[in-house]
Design a protein around this ligand. Structure first.
Ligand code: AMP
Ligand code: MG
Length: 339
């Protein structure tokens, strides 16, 4: 009897150890995820889940498709295009979601003192002078830029929240929500996933991304920040939970002519591509705000841009200046790893 006891004891201990090893091994194993990708809004949109749910993913992609038709300034009969067509003549009755995004954009216009300006789109598009689609690579004449610059002023966007009417004061003005709508749309797609009971998801649309876990802040997601000069390489990693992460970069939609890089983020003061940064990443709970702020801070530059990020509660960011210097906001430093 006495001899049997230690044997039984050993058996229990060893099986507990074996079980522990299995648990530890399975914890070390990378979590399996499912990734869905589609080209929408002129960019690669990816949805990643831990537990496959094709119906939820389909519904989220459908929502993105629907909202793209509402917000695109390239689709002739979108609500945004109709606002531009009515410029100087009439305001247009639009959906509540358009009012919401226009107001969110104008709020960032005021915060950034016009560095973010949703009327800057008159400089590109059909009648514009810049084209970053990769087709023309034309640098317009200063005179042409100045002629159109007179039509750029966010204070000339008129919004009546009660009647849902949005209008532009001057004939020839154009509304472009390209710097803010993608963030909003990613946020809406995440809401669709949540409604389908999804408990863990990443949505990414070009530079706009959002991560969600029903477990709240733990465990956080590790997100790679694209290196603005080394394609496919990371500048660093951040650890965040339930946040939107928006990056604006001069490497997206750009061309180089006579050694100068021309890209799609325009300084509304000059009409030329903003040249103080290589990239700006903004982290916030609000995907619409993150998107608009990343564009705004890019135009403002590393000092003023970081000042704005630091001033806003719940907003963090990373700014890569034109020399490649990296600035990280105070609340993000402990969660940022330079690679
Ligand atoms: P993002 O990638 O979010 O920085 O957005 C860039 C897009 O925003 C451009 O392709 C334009 O459609 C638009 N945009 C460019 N410059 C500005 C600006 N200064 N303010 C607001 N939107 C802008
Ligand atoms: Mg943006």
């Amino acid at each position: 009897m006495n001899k049997k006891r230690p044997f039984a004891y050993l058996l229990v201990v060893s099986s507990v150890l074996a079980l522990l090893a299995v648990v530890l091994l399975s914890l070390k194993k990378p979590q399996k995820t499912v990734l869905y990708g589609r080209i929408l809004m002129g960019t690669a949109v990816e949805i990643t889940l831990k537990q496959d749910n094709p119906r939820a993913v389909e519904a989220a992609f459908k929502e993105i498709e629907r909202l793209e038709k509402v917000f695109s300034s390239y689709i002739p009969d979108s609500e945004i295009s109709r606002i531009s067509k009515g410029a100087g003549k009439e305001g247009i009755k639009v959906s509540a979601e358009v009012v919401e995004v226009v107001l969110a954009g104008l709020k960032v216009s005021r915060l950034s003192k016009g560095a973010f300006d949703p009327t800057v789109g008159v400089l590109f598009g059909k009648e514009g002078v810049w084209d970053f689609s990769g087709e023309k690579n034309n640098v317009p004449k200063r005179k042409e830029i100045l002629r159109l610059l007179r039509l750029v002023d966010y204070r000339d966007v008129i919004v009546n929240k009660d009647t849902s009417i949005v209008g532009l004061k001057k004939r020839g003005m154009r509304l472009d929500l390209g710097g803010v709508a993608k963030g909003y749309i990613v946020g809406r797609a995440m809401e669709v996933l949540k409604k389908h009971g999804i408990e863990w998801a990443i949505i990414r649309a070009g530079g706009d991304m959002m991560v969600y876990s029903s477990k709240g802040n733990a465990p956080p997601f590790t997100i790679g920040i694209q290196h603005p000069r080394k394609e496919g390489e990371l500048l660093g990693k951040i650890r965040v939970a339930n946040r939107a992460v928006a990056t604006s970069g001069d490497y997206e939609r750009s061309f180089i002519k006579d050694g100068i890089r021309y890209h799609h983020i325009i300084d509304p003061k000059t009409g030329y591509p903003a040249d103080k940064c290589r990239s700006v990443t903004v982290v916030s709970e609000d995907p619409t705000l993150a998107d608009a702020l990343s564009t705004a801070a890019f135009v403002m530059g590393p000092e003023k841009g970081m000042e704005l990020i630091e001033r806003l509660a719940g907003v963090e960011g990373i700014i890569v200046d034109r020399e490649g210097g990296v600035g990280v906001s105070s609340g993000l430093k402990a969660h940022f790893e330079r690679l």
